[in-house]
Design a protein around this ligand. Structure first.
Ligand SMILES: [Ca+2]
Ligand SMILES: [Ca+2]
Length: 188
């Protein structure tokens, strides 16, 4: 019971801080920024303008520099006027795989999404409030290891040519992919 209360309190605090942070002006996007430049060490200490990829009416930011826990990842996306990723179709999944390949190369990256089962036993995309219907879990996942894996990460693993999902501990720092339908935030 104590652990349950603690988790609830943590969630409440993070939700409050998310709203506070999302009230700030969003940093917009400079599409001329080179991905490779962003990944260089000299830019890691600064808050970079973020290049976006477009699929349908959505824009995506591949956050391969910043790392935070599930809640911090959400704050990070909100700060930029976006939401953490919701992978809602095989087409969206395939788009991400094709775009991440030239961006990330051979490195393995783990990205937080908006997927969570914190609220109850069902998986939902927190960014949309909708249940997770399309799914791309690794074969043995979700396994809720240690009864403590309540958040959904996408694992980009080029060595095995996979980009599949795993449930993981929400407090572990990871990169994040952000998604938005707000084209107004894009400067060309
Ligand atoms: Ca989506
Ligand atoms: Ca797992």
């Amino acid at each position: 019971m104590l652990a349950r209360k603690t988790v609830g309190q943590i969630i409440a605090l993070h939700i409050i801080s998310v709203f506070l942070i999302s009230g700030k002006a969003a940093n917009c996007i400079n599409k001329t920024v080179d991905y490779k430049e962003l990944l260089k060490g000299s830019l890691k200490d600064t808050l970079p303008n973020i290049p976006l990829e477009k699929f349908g009416n959505k824009y995506y930011y591949f956050g391969a520099i910043y790392q935070g826990n599930f809640f911090q990842a959400m704050q990070y996306c909100h700060y930029h006027g976006m939401n953490p990723l919701s992978v809602e179709s095989v087409e969206e999944n395939n788009f991400l795989w094709e775009k991440l390949k030239p961006f990330l190369g051979a490195g393995e990256y783990h990205f937080w999404t908006s997927g969570t089962t914190l609220s109850d036993a069902h998986w939902v995309w927190l960014a949309t409030g909708r249940p997770i219907i399309y799914a791309n879990w690794f074969p043995t996942q979700p396994d809720n290891a240690g009864n403590n894996e309540k958040c959904l990460e996408v694992r980009y693993v080029p060595a095995s040519k996979t980009m599949m999902w795993n449930d993981h501990v929400c407090t572990v720092p990871k990169h994040v992919i952000c998604e938005s339908s707000q084209a107004s935030c894009v400067s060309s």
